[in-house]
Design a protein around this ligand. Structure first.
Ligand code: BV8
Length: 230
């Protein structure tokens, strides 16, 4: 990393967790039991069939117990520990691999699968096991009002003001393992670029937004990210 860079924003997507064994969304495994992600990751889907949506997230939450951070997560955690300037990792992922690798300066803009949100009392809290229709809220004690604390399609991502401030201020924006298919995350590179940042993309293949990047490094994240961090 050259020294005149001081403020870095890193966006990550499902591709950074692929080599840890977590499915991405839009590869050939982009369907889940015959359902398009967009069909099970919406408030309407949850209202229509909460059991199906719980099943979708329970399966992915259970998988988190079997996987661990890979070299790309660990490289970003090293950057977090050693980088003297500003750094913010914004992940679209709802897994906990960045924090397990040691990243501290981290935002989960699409929420976290290991958190529950009670629609009765609006409290959010850690949740590790399966979540069912009769799951009880730890805060208010009522049953049947829990959903995964995840941002679905049509819902506002978390901490957008803080993210947009960081994008306007940064002088280096890096995007890792995302197809550039989902907004507002897919538009971050344009904001950073417009505000004068250098931009680099690291991905297994060119994404929908590759044309907006000054530099594109193609390859698996566990190879490309540690090299970039060095
Ligand atoms: C909002 C949580 C407004 C659920 C997710 C038309 C045009 C523009 C926008 C829209 C539109 N119609 C609708 C919209 C808005 C919509 C959207 O963008 N839709 C898309 C489909 C067009 N966006 C929203 O609804 C967002 N909210 O706009 O709110 C608003 C405003 C005011 C008030 C209220 C509301 C909310 C979007 C969040 C949805 N939730 N996730 C869950 O995770 O289950 S999105 C979901 O997709 C995941 O978070 C995922 O991270 C994200 C993006 O996918 P990727 O991470 O990029 O994963 P993908 O599989 O696509 O790609 C993986 C990449 O990795 C590939 O490129 C692959 O090559 C690469 N890769 C694979 N292996 C490796 C690798 N790279 C490196 N190494 C490897 N080994």
């Amino acid at each position: 990393m050259n020294q005149e860079v001081t403020r870095i924003v890193v966006l990550t997507g499902a591709g950074i967790s692929a080599e840890s064994g977590l499915a991405t969304f839009r590869g050939d495994d982009g369907l889940w039991e015959g359902h398009r992600v967009e069909d099970v990751a919406t408030p309407e889907a949850f209202a229509r069939d909460p059991g199906l949506v719980h099943q979708f997230y329970n399966a992915r939450r259970a998988k988190l117990e079997e996987v661990k951070p890979n070299a790309a997560h660990l490289a970003l955690a090293r950057l977090d520990a050693e980088w003297p300037g500003e750094l913010l990792v914004v992940t679209q992922n709802v897994d906990d691999l960045h924090e397990r690798a040691g990243s501290k300066r981290l935002i989960h803009m699409h929420g976290e699968n290991k958190k529950a949100w009670c629609l009765r009392c609006d409290e959010r809290f850690a949740w590790t096991g399966a979540m069912g229709l009769d799951a009880e809220c730890r805060a208010c004690g009522t049953a049947g009002g829990l959903r995964p604390d995840i941002v679905w399609f049509g819902e506002m991502p978390y901490e957008m003001e803080r993210i947009e401030d960081a994008l306007r201020e940064c002088d280096l924006f890096a995007s890792i393992g995302t197809s550039g298919a989902v907004y507002p995350a897919a538009g971050f590179v344009q904001t950073a670029r417009y505000c004068g940042a250098m931009t680099v993309e690291m991905n297994l293949e060119p994404s929908q937004g590759s044309i907006f990047f000054d530099e594109v490094r193609i390859g698996p994240a566990s190879d490309v990210v540690p090299t970039w961090v060095e």
